[in-house]
Write a new protein. Sequence first.
Length: 258
Amino acid sequence: MKTNFHTHTQRCLHAYGSERDYVREAESSGLEILGFSDHAPFPDKDYGLRMKYDELSDYINEIDRLSVEYKEKIHLYKGLEIEYHPQYNSYYKKLFTEYKIDYLALGEHTYSVSENEMKNIFFAETTKDYIEYARNIEEAVETGFFAFVAHPDIMFINEAAWDVNCDKACSIILSAAEKYDIPLEFNANGIRRGQRYYSDGMRYPYPHEKFWGHLRGSKQKVLIGSDCHTPEQIRDNAVIIAEHMCSKMDLNVIETIF
Ligand SMILES: [Zn+2]
Ligand SMILES: [Zn+2]
């Protein structure tokens, strides 16, 4: 069964295509399930590169409309990709109760280090930041709001070579995922960014084989996510490469989160 639970739309202002464009493309690529997970807004502040808060209802309503229209052809889920900041706990709840979303993908780009301090993982200063990042994921996973952890190894987009802090960060994330039985996403968008030389060798920024190598032959659920930002990416070569990498590493790939 072909599925994808990590799908963006033009509403986030850095992706292309409407919800309808993605549904059409998913159907013609033979997907049976398409989950939308555009970058969620926060109600009180615009953190950038995400949909505007006043578009949230339109997004939900449009997916509802398409669900009915395409119900014989493809099953749609309405989700959002969002960061975990503890001050928004009531908002996460509200997304389920009032906006009736089906799932939240934990997509950490910024993360909280303390009540008033947020950092961006794309600009980690040292690998020590990876440990803070991992702790934030651990805390997020404990809340039960999230259906899977998107790109749990995105920190390796930074230049730093692998060291003990990387081992520590991996082990925090992997233990939390195991404890709370939450799938980890093997993200194809990192593959789209291409391989290059890092200080620890030629590799993709993510998925990092050293991270995933820990899960070789384990029961940890792994979800392959396209993280498409154009309709054509729904099932492109990066997704096919992701599938090959997962099977080569003997990962327990699941098709659906429901
Ligand atoms: Zn994005
Ligand atoms: Zn994404």
